[in-house]
Ligand binder design. Structure first.
Ligand SMILES: Nc1ccn([C@@H]2O[C@H](COP(=O)(O)OP(=O)(O)OP(=O)(O)O)[C@@H](O)[C@H]2O)c(=O)n1
Ligand SMILES: C[C@](O)(CO)[C@H](O)COP(=O)(O)O
Length: 244
């Protein structure tokens, strides 16, 4: 039998080269005046936590960070200070999340077979979530982590309920959303050309009629969006033994 390291090396060679694209070029409007990407949570800035999680994932070979022009210098400095060695490019984003993601994908290595798009504002992603979704995308071309919705969801108009939606078929989708590289590039390009507004990257692929698989998400993989999420984030860090 081959020594264990030979076998592990062979298994990795079977996996496509994976570039993580990290959109971090938003304006944090719902965070009410705090730039959530540069904000320190516990001992580390939010973006550093996000990038450290991606850096630790053996299935990811490079990271492209997309950020705003006015913070490109501090973001570059953070990548140096925290020795984030997989970060190969730091580029400026666009007016929409979709445009920012496309700017990042254009910088991915030509070797990239998979693109994993992960919000800069989701710092608590685990290695389990990362590995499962990347492996699934390597099998089927498009995958995203999700958790079943736990509240009852109503469709409403002008404050009046029109319908209660069947909860059994509803999932809250997280990131990273992982795709075969040429598929996501073409899908996002098409969405931009057609002027379509999307809130995630899977939607660009879905509108081409392609299937997206869901993998196990994690309720702690929250997107820091409003000030309340910062309190939840501190709770998550405490729960993980990082007492802050
Ligand atoms: N033009 C944009 C808009 C968003 N994002 C990034 O996409 C992720 C998810 O977006 P969201 O949580 O909405 O962040 P913001 O756009 O900053 O927040 P808000 O909508 O409250 O302004 C974030 O990491 C954000 O930095 C981006 O790179 N480029
Ligand atoms: C991509 C996303 O995080 C999946 O849940 C989400 O749709 C981003 O939404 P936002 O309004 O840009 O924060």
């Amino acid at each position: 039998m081959a020594p264990i390291f030979d076998r592990l090396r062979r298994r990795r060679a079977d996996m496509p080269f994976c570039t993580a694209v990290v959109p971090a070029a938003g304006s944090s409007t719902r965070m009410e005046g705090q730039d959530k990407i540069l904000l320190t949570l516990g001992d580390y800035p939010v973006l550093v936590r996000t990038l450290q999680a991606l850096e630790a994932c053996t299935r990811i070979q490079e990271i492209v960070v997309v950020t705003r022009e006015d913070i490109i210098v501090p973001v570059s400095q953070l990548c140096r200070d925290f020795a984030l060695e997989k970060v190969t490019h730091i580029v400026t984003g666009g007016a929409t999340r979709t445009q920012s993601v496309l700017n990042g994908i254009r910088e991915a290595s030509p070797q990239a077979g998979l693109i994993a798009i992960h919000d800069g504002a989701r710092p608590f992603v685990t290695q389990e979530v990362l590995e499962e979704v990347i492996d699934r995308a390597a099998q089927c071309g498009a995958a995203a982590p999700a958790v079943p919705v736990t509240d009852t969801v109503k469709r409403a108009m002008n404050g009046i309920v029109e319908e209660t939606v069947d909860r059994d078929t509803l999932f809250a989708v997280q990131t990273p959303q992982v795709f075969e590289a040429s598929l996501i590039k073409a899908a996002l390009q098409r969405a931009v050309e057609e002027g379509v507004t999307l809130t995630d990257d899977c939607a660009a692929v879905e509108r081409l009629g392609m299937k997206v698989a869901l993998t196990r998400g994690d309720r702690a993989n929250i997107k820091l969006t409003t000030p309340t999420d910062l309190d939840l984030g501190l709770g998550i860090l405490n729960g993980r033994g990082e007492f802050v």
